[in-house]
Design a protein around this ligand. Sequence first.
Ligand SMILES: Cc1ncc(COP(=O)(O)O)c(C=O)c1O
Length: 402
Amino acid sequence: MIDRQRVTELFEKHVCQTSPAPLGIVVDRAVGSWIWDVDGRAYLDLLSGIGVAGIGHCNPAVVAAIVDQAPRYLHSLVYGESVQAPQVELAGMIADLAPGDLSVSFFANSGTEAIEGALKLARKHTRRSKFVAFRGGYHGDTTGSLALCDNLVYRTPFEPLQFEVDFLPFGDVAALAGIDETVAAVIVEPIQGEGGVRIPGDEFHPALRAACDRSGALLIHDEVMTGLGRTGQWFASQHWGVCPDVMVLAKALGGGLPLGAFVSRPELMRELSDDPPLCHVTTFGGHPLSCAAGLAGLRFATARALPHRAERQGRLWLDRLRPYVGDVLVEVRGRGMLLGLEFATADLTARFASEAFARGLILNWTLHRDTVVRLAPPLVMTEQETDQALGIIGEVLLSIAG
Ligand SMILES: Cc1ncc(COP(=O)(O)O)c(C=O)c1O
């Protein structure tokens, strides 16, 4: 039995506090779309642990795979030295699902670590040093990824950052003329998540692909949030029929365990094999437990055609939310089960989030846009749970509008 007061005190005293106002749920267990606290209170998780639990919390197939793998081996050798069945099966499955010839994966422990690897690959391949990223983008918090973020609130305390980065306006085709032969890679989220669930016009991604082809810059798609079915396709790039040179995955990839990957063409990935030897390695990246969990999760998602379900469910959520659009909720947008609720002011956004939380919904506003609440519910959410969530959202919207 967990002593709520004791663990809360330990949390505040000994765990580095990074949030000014943590939700502070003392978690007892999480199953499917639900998280329970130690007092037995149930919360419907409309964030999926922020994009992780697409197949639901503690998916039984994932738990069974962990239980099967754990007694065999947890760790054998550093990355790339031994053949580990869960890792290679997962890499094979990613290759089957990925667009184009993106068929070789490097597994990391997290999204930001996978981004760092993709940046190294681009520098090594092009021998160029500059990157292009987009305003409002988010790629993680290690120093290389942070260099790709234009938000001064987050950048300034850590400057100088390690890369020269040009920032272009997201979705602006004319601005892509700024991509020239000095650029190693352009990195983009196909749909910006933390920037406020922003979906570019249909011409943007093909034009960006063309600009990279013209200049010889690699095109890196950050699909950490959008990948693995969330937006209604396996990968969001498929909405526009564009294949990047490198695709970065994490979050849902490990089925709930820590796992990231950057994925590219064989000839590009071969460049990490030498000059220098061991030029990109990691001790725990592609951990067998994470890969076994991720493989089980991906098999589950494939067997249930979860991208298709996300597409259908997403349309239902948009249809049910759009009637509330007015003076308080000014826009609802999304692709699949990645939805953005844009409010008239940051104050209204915060009121909505806190009242929804008080009524048992886990949701929050986005990191770089405090007028947008992002919803990323589990792709397996049932009809009854969906009705319940939408019912509460409707009540809260009416109460703050009144
Ligand atoms: C688009 C995107 N890229 C990268 C990251 C960083 O991933 P991680 O937190 O696993 O380092 C995130 C995390 O939210 C993200 O949303």
